[in-house]
Design a protein around this ligand. Sequence first.
Ligand code: DCM
Ligand code: DCM
Ligand code: DCM
Ligand code: ZN
Ligand code: ZN
Length: 268
Amino acid sequence: WGKEGHFAICKIAEGFLSKDALAAVKELLPASAAGDLAEVCSWPDEIRYHLRWSSALHYVDTPDFLCNYKYCRDCHDPAGHKDRCVTGAIYNYTMQLFSAYHDSISESKYNLTEALMFLAHFIGDVHQPLHVGFTGDAGGNTIIVRWYRRKTNLHHVWDNMIIESAVKTFYSKDLAIMIKAIESNITDGWSNDISEWQICANNQTVCPNEYASESISLACKYAYRNATPGSTLTDDYFLSRLPVVEKRIAQSGVRLAATLNRVFSSEA
Ligand code: DCM
Ligand code: DCM
Ligand code: DCM
Ligand code: ZN
Ligand code: ZN
C-alpha cells in the first residue's frame, strides 16, 4: 500500500487496541509519532532504499499462475535467503516484541520501536493482494496499464490509485471520511465477521500465512483479471475492485490490533 493505505490501516487498528496494548504502543512509539501509530506506519517505506535488506520484506512472490502460497516454497528473498519475505518478517518482528514483553530479561537486544513500526506496516502489506502476486511480473509492477487516462502499472493501481480515486470521487477528497466509512462498515456490515478475522488457528500470536493465502487468491480473482498488459482500467474495474480494497484495509486494521493485543496481553 501507499501512504494513505497504511495510514488508514493503522488508524483503524488504533480503535481496536486493548488498554494494555495501547499503553505499550504509546511507550514504544518514536517522538515523531506524537502518540499516533498511524503517523509512522509508512516509516518502512521511507527507509527501504537506505536499509536495503528491508526491501524484500514488503512482499512475497508466488509461482506464476498457481494462485496459491506456501511459506517454505515462497518465503525467501530473490537471492534465496530463507524467511526474507513479508510473512517471515511478520513472524520475526512479532517474536521480538512478544519476547521483550513476556521474557524476564531486563533489556531486549532488538530495537522495539522499529519492530513495532515494521510489524504495523507489514501486516498491512500482506493484505494487499499484489504483495503476494506472481514472481514473473513482480506483483504486477511490470504490467503497464492505463488508470483512466494515466499511464501506470497494476501494482501501483492497487497500492495507490484505487484508494486515491475513491477519496476523490466518494469521500470529498478527505481520507479521514473514507476511514470513517470503513470503520462504520466494520461495526455494521462486517460485525459478524470480526471475530473470525481476529482469531489465529492453534493459539498462534500471529498468522500471516493465512493472510497471504487470501491475498494471492484475491489477486487472481480480482487484481489480475481483466488487467492484461496495455489494458485501460476505468469505472468497471474501479467500482468492482474498490469493495475488495476497502475490506482488505478493514481486515488489516482489525488483525493488526488483534495481534498487538495478544503480544501485549498480561495474561498468557
Ligand atoms: N523514525 C520515525 N519517523 C521519522 C524518523 C524516524 O518513526 N520521521 C524512527 C527512527 C527510529 C525511531 O523512529 O527507529 C526512533 O527515532 P527517534 O528517536 O529519532 O524519534
Ligand atoms: N513459521 C515460522 N515461525 C513461526 C511459525 C511458523 O517461521 N513462529 C514457518 C515455519 C513453517 C511455516 O511457517 O515453514 C508453516 O507454518 P504454519 O504451520 O503456521 O503454516
Ligand atoms: N513489490 C512487490 N513484489 C515484488 C516487487 C515489489 O509487491 N516482487 C512491491 C513493493 C512496493 C512496490 O511493489 O510496494 C514497488 O516496488 P519497487 O519500488 O521495489 O519497484
Ligand atoms: Zn506495493
Ligand atoms: Zn511496504
